[in-house]
Design a protein around this ligand. Structure first.
Ligand SMILES: [Zn+2]
Length: 297
C-alpha cells in the first residue's frame, strides 16, 4: 500500500504537505487516509479550530462515521462533497478521498447540489433539559416547543422521531444519536441570544405569532367567554378585564394585564418582528389595574 500511496501524495500539493505527518503515520500502519475540510460554523466542533483534517481508517466506512468521529454531529451537516461531487450519508469512504463538509446556509459550489437530507417538515421542536428558558421564549413567539425538565436523552430522541420534531440542545453528544434526523446545537448560552439564533438558523421570523401558545405547557391558546372562566379569576381581574384566553391543554387562563405591552415590546426587540396583537388595545382603566392581575395569569 505504501508503494502506491507515495506518488499520489505528491500530486496533492499543499494540502497533502499540511497533513504529511499524519499521512505517513497512517501508511506506516497500513491504513487508508482521507482528507476532510469543514466549513463555516462546523468549525465550532473542531479542536483548536483546525478545519483541515486527515482521517485514517480501515475498510470502507459510511461517511457519517468519520464526520462524527472528527467531532461534527451529523445533524449539523447539509452538504458533503467528495472529489467534486455531492454524496449522501450512504457513501462509503475510499482511500485518498477529498471531502468537503458544509452546514445549512452554505453553498457546496458544485452542480448538482444534493443535500444529505431533505429539510424538516414544519418547525416543531423538542428541547433538551438544558434549554427551559429558550422553550418559554419560543412558546411566547407562538412556536411549537416541546419541553420538560425531566426529559431523558431517550425521551428527546423518541419525541423527535415520533412527531418529526427538530432537536435543540446544548449537548452536542445528543445529536450523534442515529435516530435523530433534524437537530441543532445551540451555540449561545444567553436565552435571548439563543432565541435569535434559532429564529435565524431555521428562518422562523415569518412564523412568529405571539400569545398563541401556552408558556407553561406549549398548548394552543384560544379565546374563551369570560363566564367560562369567571370562577378562576381574582376579584380585581373580573372587574377590570373582559377578554380572556385559555390554554386548550392545561386550562391556564390568560388575559391582557399591564404586563402585556411589555411582553409585546420584548418580543419585537428579540425577534425584530412587530407582532400583530392578538388582544385588543388596553382599555382606559388598564393602567390602573393592579400588577398582580397582569400578564400570564
Ligand atoms: Zn397550557
Amino acid at each position: 500500500m505504501a508503494a502506491k500511496a507515495a506518488p499520489r501524495r505528491r500530486r496533492q500539493g499543499s494540502a497533502a504537505r499540511r497533513w504529511a505527518n499524519r499521512d505517513v503515520d497512517a501508511i506506516v500502519f497500513g491504513m487508508n487516509v482521507a482528507y476532510f475540510s469543514f466549513h463555516a460554523e462546523l468549525r465550532d466542533f473542531l479542536v483548536n479550530g483546525q478545519h483541515d483534517l486527515c482521517y485514517a481508517f480501515q475498510g470502507s466506512p459510511g461517511i457519517k462515521d468519520p464526520v462524527e468521529a472528527l467531532g461534527v454531529p451529523h445533524t449539523e451537516v447539509q452538504w458533503i462533497v467528495v472529489n467534486g461531487e455531492c454524496v449522501g450519508f450512504d457513501y462509503r469512504l475510499q482511500h485518498r478521498d477529498q471531502v468537503q463538509v458544509y452546514p445549512p446556509g452554505e453553498s457546496p459550489g458544485v452542480t448538482p447540489a444534493v443535500p444529505v437530507r431533505v429539510p424538516p417538515v414544519g418547525s416543531a421542536f423538542v428541547l433538551d433539559v438544558n434549554l427551559g428558558k429558550l422553550a418559554r421564549r419560543l412558546r411566547l413567539c407562538g412556536l411549537d416547543a416541546c419541553y420538560r425538565n425531566d426529559f431523558s436523552d431517550r425521551d428527546v430522541a423518541e419525541l423527535a422521531a415520533r412527531d418529526r420534531r427538530i432537536v435543540l440542545t446544548r449537548d452536542r453528544r445528543l445529536l450523534h444519536q442515529k435516530t435523530i434526523v433534524h437537530g441543532y446545537w445551540v451555540r449561545a448560552t444567553d436565552p435571548d441570544l439563543q432565541l435569535r439564533e434559532v429564529l435565524q438558523r431555521f428562518h422562523l421570523h415569518h412564523q412568529v405569532r405571539p400569545f398563541h401558545r401556552c408558556i407553561r405547557c406549549n398548548g394552543e391558546i384560544r379565546g374563551t367567554d369570560k363566564a367560562a372562566v369567571l370562577d378562576l379569576l381574582e376579584p380585581l381581574t373580573r372587574r377590570y378585564y373582559t377578554e380572556f384566553y385559555r390554554c386548550q391543554d392545561c386550562g391556564k387562563v390568560y388575559w391582557k394585564g399591564s404586563h402585556y405591552e411589555h411582553m409585546r415590546r420584548r418580543i419585537e426587540r428579540l425577534t425584530g418582528v412587530a407582532p400583530p396583537p392578538l388582544l385588543k388595545a388596553p382599555g382606559p382603566d388598564a393602567d390602573t389595574a393592579p400588577a398582580e392581575a397582569a400578564g400570564e395569569g
